[in-house]
Design a protein around this ligand. Structure first.
Ligand code: KG4
Ligand code: ZN
Length: 342
């Protein structure tokens, strides 16, 4: 069963063709990074206009590189939320029209379910149950995954997402957008132990996150440092970036390990754009190895927003009886608890 997956939830126009929820025939992403770079973040109005320009060529490329035509498709899966309304609308209405004209099912997919399940695009997936950390520019959440279609939220950020903190700190450091990649790069030559930025643990045993405190603390530090405070001669920009990254990594790893312990699972999954971060992956592997926990992270192309994870989630819903609803609409907020359990 060939499913075309479309995601236009934020600033990437993405389309992919996946067979039976496993074999990725194509995975095309048109990034808008250069467009938003001067603004240090995504400008929603520009993003939706760019999706309008890109959606047809991206879908055509996804079909062409899979060596298929629309007639070879058995369904279309499209992200309906959460995300930017103007961006989501482009993907949804394009998908509806294409499905209607081709007389194939069109399924609305939750973007977060896509991230949670993205690990199943890889050869060796985890066994159930497991705990999943989805960590990106829009979300930082921990889920207990009982099986496909059954998720329980264990904790989430109370303010900024981890990726958002990376993006904001990068902006203050003048490193541009997207911040995660830039911070990771400059951190390589920095000393991660140079400055100890605060880690918000919240209540004992809390599985929630908070990144606004660390973001503000780094911003204040940078302001003083730029005004040539005491540390100006001994602390480099790389040291600040590395110390910030270390604080975020610490918190993410600690909470994911705690969630695994509370849930009593021996496998954890980490996905979403921030999960591309090598320092984070290494720290997680080390902490998990000490506790006999297996770590599963999709490759970077399946961590950042992509159509393949949407095709995969759509496949599982379609094969479990989900039906086309051409009246469906986009949702800026769409917690996974509101999904129909499978
Ligand atoms: O999953 P994603 O592509 O889009 C959302 O759904 O948000 O994630 C994008 C986020 C951005 O905030 C970006 O700065 C962050 O992921 N990111 C990283 C890295 N690569 C992307 N953060 C840390 N280290 C990275 N290597
Ligand atoms: Zn995402």
């Amino acid at each position: 069963m060939n499913i075309l997956g479309i995601d236009t939830s934020c600033d990437d126009t993405a389309a992919a063709v996946v067979e039976d929820g496993k074999r990725v025939f194509s995975n095309i992403v048109n990034s808008q990074v250069r467009l938003h770079h001067p603004y240090g973040g995504v400008v929603p109005e520009l993003a939706s206009r760019e999706h309008l320009r890109n959606i047809m060529p991206v879908v055509h490329e996804a079909l062409a590189s899979a060596d298929l035509t629309i007639r070879d498709l058995h369904g279309i899966a499209v992200t309906i939320g959460p995300g930017l309304i103007g961006s989501l609308l482009v993907g949804l209405y394009y998908a509806k029209a294409l499905a209607y004209a081709s007389e194939i099912p069109c399924l609305g997919v939750n973007h977060l379910e896509g991230h949670i399940l993205s690990i199943f695009l890889e050869g060796e997936p985890p066994s159930f149950p497991f705990v999943a950390l989805t960590v990106s520019g829009g979300h930082t959440s921990l889920y207990f995954v009982e099986r496909i279609g059954r998720y329980r939220l264990m904790g989430q950020t109370l303010d900024d997402a981890a990726g958002e903190a990376f993006d904001k700190v990068a902006k203050v450091l003048g490193l541009g957008y997207p911040g995660g990649v830039a911070i990771e790069k400059v951190s390589l030559s920095g000393d991660r132990g140079k400055i100890r930025f605060p880690r918000a643990h919240l209540a004992p045993n809390s599985l929630d996150f908070s990144f606004s405190g660390i973001k503000t603390s780094v911003a204040l530090y940078i302001k003083k440092w730029q005004e040539k405070g005491d540390d100006a001669d001994t602390v480099t920009l790389s040291d600040i970036a590395a110390s910030f990254q270390e604080a975020v990594v610490d918190i993410l790893v600690e909470k994911l390990m705690r969630a695994a312990q509370i849930a009593g699972v021996t496998s954890v999954v980490m996905a979403g754009g921030v999960a591309c971060n090598t320092a984070l992956r290494e720290a997680l592997r080390q902490a998990a190895a000490e506790r006999d926990i297996k770590v599963y992270c999709p490759r970077p192309a399946y961590c950042t927003d992509n159509g393949a994870m949407i095709a995969l989630a759509g496949y599982h819903r379609l094969t479990r009886g989900a039906k086309t609803d051409l009246a469906m609409d986009v949702r800026s907020r769409f917690p996974v608890d509101e999904l129909t359990p499978l």
